[in-house]
Design a protein around this ligand. Structure first.
Ligand code: COA
Length: 347
């Protein structure tokens, strides 16, 4: 797997380990909180319109967690559903990885609360991973390494975000985009056939860190009345910079991965892209020449749920029978960091 280099061209193709996959997805699950916030609701909050939001982003509505619900609550619901579909009791988990940028608390990890809520063994290692919208791709890449090395037999990977609590609800350029939710997969060792994680590539470029950032609330600007008054504890984004970087890097990292596996885009049955903006998805689809029907989406209903985006969509399409066993699925995501990546999974 590639964890370094860039995605610019064939000269940088990562070396691929030969042989069958080492890990596979045993089950999927997801959870969406019950409250829906529509574009009409947002029209009453900021100067925007349903038509602007739909035309520029493809979003009609998003889910918002009710007061009292925690990130770990949503994560635990998605995890329980994934364990059920994998037919695995929670005490058989060897590792819990929670990809999130909206943890319950700064310390300890949200993953330890999830461990308790799902009834995993009290010694099961559990940690959070911060790669924003690329968190799920990072998470399954980490899980694959644990499974391939023999360090774990069953790994729970969760992407979960409660972005409604870190969005500035007076900033129309960001508050219309994001939603809350959780998605999870249980991964286990591959069984020697061609089903499993065929490959993944992850990348980061810290030179663009300020393009999408929550500038306050960490050690750089600890929480204070001033930080909060300036809303530095909320998402700040240079939308057009992110848009351009997303189209370029989602396309190049996906293409790079497919090429480096000796496959063609035609071999891919389904593309499950991060749901950031329908126009980003359409431009990547056009560049890669994927038939539109192969590129899955639920952004209209859920908005951008960051690290939860791919596992929610994956679970929905597995459960409704669209994605079938042995289908080849390409996933790709980009977000704050910038961090991005792609993964190819034979389900
Ligand atoms: C945010 C985004 C939808 C804005 O769309 P855009 O076409 O780039 O729009 P611009 O930023 O150029 O703004 C165009 C105009 O719309 C206005 N506008 C911004 N948000 C608006 C909203 N919700 N409603 C109405 N008008 C809005 C801007 O103020 C601007 O007005 P002006 O021309 O008078 O200055 C788009 O840039 C985007 O999706 N970027 C990627 C964001 C992303 O994916 N982030 C997460 C990464 S995981």
């Amino acid at each position: 797997m590639s964890h370094r280099g860039d995605s610019r061209g064939a000269d940088n193709l990562p070396a691929r380990p030969a042989g069958p996959p080492k890990s596979r997805i045993l089950g999927t699950g997801s959870f969406l909180p019950p409250l829906t916030r529509t574009n009409a609701d947002l029209e009453a909050m900021v100067e925007t319109s349903d038509s602007w939001i739909r035309e520029r982003t493809g979003i009609r509505e998003r889910r918002v967690a009710p007061p009292g619900m925690l990130t770990s609550d949503m994560a635990a619901e998605a995890a329980k559903a994934a364990l059920l579909s994998a037919d695995l009791p929670p005490h058989k988990l060897d590792l819990i990885v929670v990809a999130t940028i909206t943890p319950d608390v700064p310390m300890p990890a949200t993953a330890v609360f999830v461990q308790q809520k799902i009834g995993a063994a009290p010694t099961c290692p559990a940690f959070d991973l911060s790669a924003a919208c690329a968190g799920f791709i990072y998470g399954i890449t980490v899980a694959d390494k644990f499974l391939a090395s023999g360090a774990a037999e069953h790994v729970l990977v969760i992407g979960v975000e409660m972005l409604s609590r870190v969005v500035n609800w007076t900033d129309r350029s960001t508050c219309v985009l994001f939603g809350d939710g959780a998605g999870a997969v249980v991964m286990g060792r591959a069984t020697g056939d061609d089903r499993g994680l065929l490959g993944s590539s992850i990348y980061s470029d810290g030179s663009l860190a300020n393009s999408l950032i929550i500038p306050g609330g960490g050690t750089a600007a600890p929480l204070s009345t001033e930080t909060i008054a300036q809303r530095r504890n909320t998402i700040h984004m240079k939308g057009q910079d992110i848009f351009k970087a997303a189209v370029k890097n989602l396309y190049s990292s996906s293409q790079h991965l497919v090429d480096s596996m000796g496959l063609h885009n035609d071999d891919v049955d389904w593309v499950v892209p991060h749901q950031a903006n329908m126009r980003i998805i359409d431009q990547v689809t056009m560049r890669a020449n994927y038939p539109k029907g192969k590129v899955l989406s639920n952004i209209e209903r859920v908005g951008n749920t960051s690290s939860a985006s791919i596992p929610i969509l994956l679970d929905e399409r597995v459960k409704d029978g669209t994605i079938k066993p042995s289908d080849l699925v390409l996933m790709c995501a980009l977000g704050a960091g910038l961090s991005w990546g792609a993964a190819l999974v034979r389900m």
